[in-house]
Design a protein around this ligand. Sequence first.
Ligand code: 5RP
Length: 220
Amino acid sequence: MSADALKKAVAEAALAHVPRGEILGVGTGSTVNHFIRGLATISEEIPGAVSSSEASTALLKDAGIRVLSLNEVSEIAVYVDGADEANHHLELIKGGGAALTREKIVAAASRTFVCIADESKLVKALGRFPLPVEVIPMARSYVARQLVKLGGTPVYREGVTTDNGNVILDVRDLTINEPMKLEQAINNIPGVVTNGLFAMRPADVLLLGTSDGVKTLKAH
Ligand code: 5RP
């Protein structure tokens, strides 16, 4: 099965995790795009969704889903989003699509985070995928130097501006033994908006699309 077929299968399986009649959080990326297409079939049962990107907002509207701002809702029942990497504790690297900051906010505001991914995303240790860091443009070089001090090799993602008007540094060569500590250390660098480690708020459930079907993983 192709990676895209696995993404579609896992996205369809995620529809069973969507509580009808409650506000949903929706992530960003090609796996989530399949999920949004699936949501179109149950749009009348979804009162609204909080989106993590302009791209997902456009797709949600096309699917007939009302898009709400986070400031309009008190709580999100379930957040469904993809990942670039996931470990067995359901800690993630995200941000390959440059939507990490809004994704992290919506994940934090949600009762349950259901991550959807194809099996290639499951790793023993995070860090093969370069860690995306969203940075205020004027701080780009300063932040890059601080990331080098942490052992990383930052690369400016040319030509990309986030939905928040910022830039992305993709950081290779990091040793991520303690994801939560590294998440906090990078977030403490002035000029960093946030980084793509989701360890302080990991996923609660990982639905993994495999050639043997969709598997459900819980943190351990
Ligand atoms: C976007 C993300 C995505 O969830 C991540 O990049 C996975 O994308 P895809 O589903 O296309 O493999 O974090 O910022």
